[in-house]
Design a protein around this ligand. Structure first.
Ligand SMILES: NC(=O)c1ccc[n+]([C@@H]2O[C@H](COP(=O)([O-])OP(=O)(O)OC[C@H]3O[C@@H](n4cnc5c(N)ncnc54)[C@H](OP(=O)(O)O)[C@@H]3O)[C@@H](O)[C@H]2O)c1
Length: 207
């Protein structure tokens, strides 16, 4: 079975415009998957989507906005309801650097919103049709910070530990239904989020 037959014809990539998410989009497009792409900034997202459609002959839909906003999720759902989604890549991530007590509580809670709550919402909403079809895949972005406590990034590390554990559990639950689950555990990777002058909202720990 070819990659598009196993995981296509459409993939949803949340956090698609920059860094690792943009690279996932490139590699999936190269393998022939059409893309629903979600990111915060419209210009970069649309530029990448147009480039990939031209280069690989795939179709693309873009949704701009914060995936934690209910109206953004609904925009994604409207698109996904009309297509056959075979792969979900949840790549969006927020990392807040600082001593835990010195960091406003709302920053910790926003980290949980983006890294955990929205991820679970996306999976709960869009995986059931894959289970019904008996095929599909899910890629979740954990981190080496998820393998151990990480001072100055305590909440981020906690969300990435949850992500890894969730992926392992769901891998077993969904395996009999033909839906693969994998957690990616990147080490420090140069992306816009890690650049010293980054405007990105998702700065990543360097360890
Ligand atoms: N880079 C590393 O060293 C590293 C290490 C371990 C784990 N990771 C994980 O890998 C993932 C990607 O990291 P990265 O370095 O590639 O980050 P990045 O370069 O900042 O890219 C993140 C992408 O997600 C989008 N995004 C962020 N928050 C969003 C939200 N609330 N709603 C919708 N889209 C959102 C951004 O949109 P805009 O483009 O519009 O800003 C961007 O396209 C994250 O989950 C991160 O925790 C990264």
């Amino acid at each position: 079975m070819s990659f598009p037959q196993r995981y296509g014809p459409w993939a949803l990539v949340v956090g698609a415009a920059l860094g690792l998410g943009a690279e996932f989009c490139r590699q999936l497009a190269e393998r022939g998957l059409s893309l629903v792409m979600v990111a915060l900034e419209k210009d970069e997202l649309d530029t990448l989507a147009t480039d990939l459609a031209d280069r690989y002959g795939i179709r693309t839909h873009t949704v701009t906005g914060d995936i934690t906003a209910p109206e953004v999720l609904e925009s994604v759902a409207l698109l996904v309801d009309d297509i056959e989604l075979g792969l979900i890549v949840y790549n969006a991530g927020l990392s807040v650097c600082g001593m835990w007590l010195d960091t406003p509580l709302e920053r910790h809670l926003k980290t949980i919103d983006i890294n955990v709550t929205a991820m679970m919402t996306v999976l709960h909403r869009f995986v059931p049709p894959m289970i019904d079809r008996g095929r599909g895949g899910v890629i979740l972005l954990s981190s080496m910070s998820g393998l151990l406590g990480t001072p100055m990034y305590a909440s981020y590390a906690g969300t990435k530990a949850l992500t890894l554990n969730l992926a392992e559990s769901l891998w077993d639950e969904w395996r009999p239904h033909g839906v693969d689950v994998v957690a990616v555990v990147p080490g420090p990777t140069d992306t816009p989020a890690t650049a010293p002058t980054s405007r990105a909202r998702s700065a990543i720990p360097r360890r």
